[in-house]
Design a protein around this ligand. Structure first.
Ligand code: BTN
Length: 285
């Protein structure tokens, strides 16, 4: 049995042990471990800016002092309990293909949780990982592009693994959970990380081979958003069909995702809106 090796006494060996246990072709070629850092995304952005490293490097931290969430939020990152890691990717694609890479991360996390732990994890658009309607993981992709070409991507993944909910504020407790809370058992972070990285390696090769449709179909298989009545708080990042600028709320039925990862919503008025970024609430009848 592989023990949870992200413990205080074995920190220094962590990257080495993971490297010898994990054999990805691209993802995990190099693994860097920090006991503490501001944000693993920040470390990978620095590595990417230098331009010297090949893609596939994974930066892992036991705790983050400034963990970042989507839409400018912070990501709770206590030590000793969860997974926080970021992968450097350098696909020779255009920026509008990048959303599919966040889909890839959602697929990897959800399928690893399902196969390793038998818990019914699902994706909520764009890439929240939920169990029993509560968030257990999230993905933050940060991209640097020059003209119409991706320079590099920091694909950050956070999973609440053994975090106890007792320590959380009440308003977070209603929307967030952890794998331990849902599964009722302590989980080996090392083994879960290993499974997620293997899945990322598998799906990234499918992306590089140009099989984007296969990726989108797999995302749809694991998704819980399509077909639901939704209310979406859109952000200023959103550029829908009506080129909506600024914050707003869209209500309707989530009908599909397009090849750019946008959510296509049938509005109550009958029209269609393509949503690029926002927070989805599934409306229960
Ligand atoms: C979300 O808001 O759902 C995205 C959360 C992403 C959190 C991860 S933890 C590892 C990486 N480093 C960060 O600062 N954020 C991402």
């Amino acid at each position: 049995m592989i023990r949870d090796i992200i413990n205080k006494d074995v920190h220094s060996n962590f990257a080495e042990e993971l490297k010898s246990a994990f054999k990805g072709d691209i993802i995990g070629r190099e693994i860097i471990f920090y006991e503490s850092t501001t944000s693993t995304n920040d470390r990978v952005l620095e590595i990417g800016e230098k331009g010297e490293s090949p893609e596939g490097i994974v930066v892992i931290a036991d705790t983050q002092s400034r963990g970042k969430g989507r839409l400018g939020r912070s990501w709770l990152s206590p030590p000793g309990v969860n997974l926080y890691f970021t992968v450097l990717l350098k696909p020779s694609s255009s920026p509008n293909e990048a959303a599919v890479l966040t889909f890839m991360a959602g697929i990897a996390v959800v399928s690893a949780i399902r196969e390793y732990l038998g818990l019914k994890a699902v994706i909520k658009w764009p890439n929240d990982v939920l169990i029993n309607g509560k968030k257990v993981g999230g993905i933050l992709m940060e991209m640097r592009a020059v003209m119409e070409k991706i320079n590099f991507i920091a694909l950050g993944i956070g999973v609440n693994v053994n975090m106890s909910l007792e320590t959380l504020d009440n308003d977070i407790k209603v929307i967030a959970t952890s794998l331990k809370q849902e599964g009722g058992m302590h989980i080996d972070r090392f083994e879960l990380l290993w499974k997620i990285l293997s899945k990322l390696d598998y799906w990234y090769k499918i992306f590089l081979n140009g099989n984007k449709r296969v990726l989108i179909d797999e995302w749809l298989r694991l998704d819980s958003t399509i077909g639901q009545k939704v209310r979406i708080k859109t952000s200023a990042l959103n550029k829908g069909e009506r080129q909506q600028i600024g914050d707003g709320v869209i209500s309707g039925i989530a009908e599909a995702v397009d090849e750019h990862g946008r959510l296509i919503v049938r509005l109550e008025s009958g029209g269609l809106e393509k949503v690029t970024a926002g927070d989805v609430t599934i409306v229960k009848n």
